[in-house]
Design a protein around this ligand. Structure first.
Ligand code: MG
Ligand code: ZN
Length: 199
């Protein structure tokens, strides 16, 4: 199974230091929803792993979070895209849970739910803790230069990113890279030999 695990705030939608508390505050980043739809059409499933400590802090409730996610699903479906599942950590930092990124709890839940070897998956996020959480259980890490990483240049990365982190301008650029790397064969299409295949 081809699976990409996305951070939400700063990766799919604009981040806010004031938290995303209402559907109105949830605004997709340019090109992000189209990018998810392109992933789907190339055969990739998409899951979201998101810290939502605003719940634990009492800034919004689960009904509001569900309404935000309903908006996200609906907006995405207009592009023919689909997020299969959203896993979130509802805890505040002082609750000592195992699911708040950079801890890997959400990723372990995703691996179990999808029955997928996480070493075949990709994690995309805008902060080191997104990538640490995924990489610690084998996901291939990708940083997008949106959200909290919007001010970062391409190279060199500051400390704290897992080894092998690839950097992409935004989610659309990540999808370009992933699809170019592993084109999906169309039904009935014979795969041409790759350029470096032995003659
Ligand atoms: Mg983020
Ligand atoms: Zn948690």
């Amino acid at each position: 199974m081809k699976l990409v695990i996305l951070d939400r705030d700063g990766t799919i939608n604009a981040d806010s230091d004031e938290y995303i508390k209402t559907p109105e505050e949830w605004q997709p980043l340019p090109g992000a929803l189209e990018a998810i739809a392109r992933l789907n059409h190339a055969g990739w499933h998409v899951a979201v792993a998101s810290n939502q400590s605003g719940l634990g802090r009492g800034l919004f409730d689960v009904a509001s979070l569900n309404a935000i996610h309903a908006k996200m699903h609906k907006a995405l479906s207009a592009y023919g895209g689909r997020i299969d599942a959203i896993f979130y950590c509802p805890h505040s930092p002082d609750e000592g849970c195992q699911c708040r990124k950079p801890l890997p709890g959400l990723f372990e839940q995703i691996g179990e739910r999808f029955g997928v070897d996480l070493h075949t998956t990709h994690v995309v996020g805008d902060t080191p803790r997104d990538l640490q959480a995924g990489a610690s259980v084998g996901c291939q890490p990708h940083l997008v230069l949106t959200g909290k990483a919007a001010g970062l240049g391409e190279q060199p990365l500051p400390e704290g990113y897992p080894a092998g982190t690839r950097v992409h301008r935004d989610l659309a650029a990540f999808v370009d890279w992933l699809i170019a790397r592993a084109p999906a064969p169309r039904p009935g299409q014979v795969q041409p030999p790759s350029a470096d295949a032995p003659a």
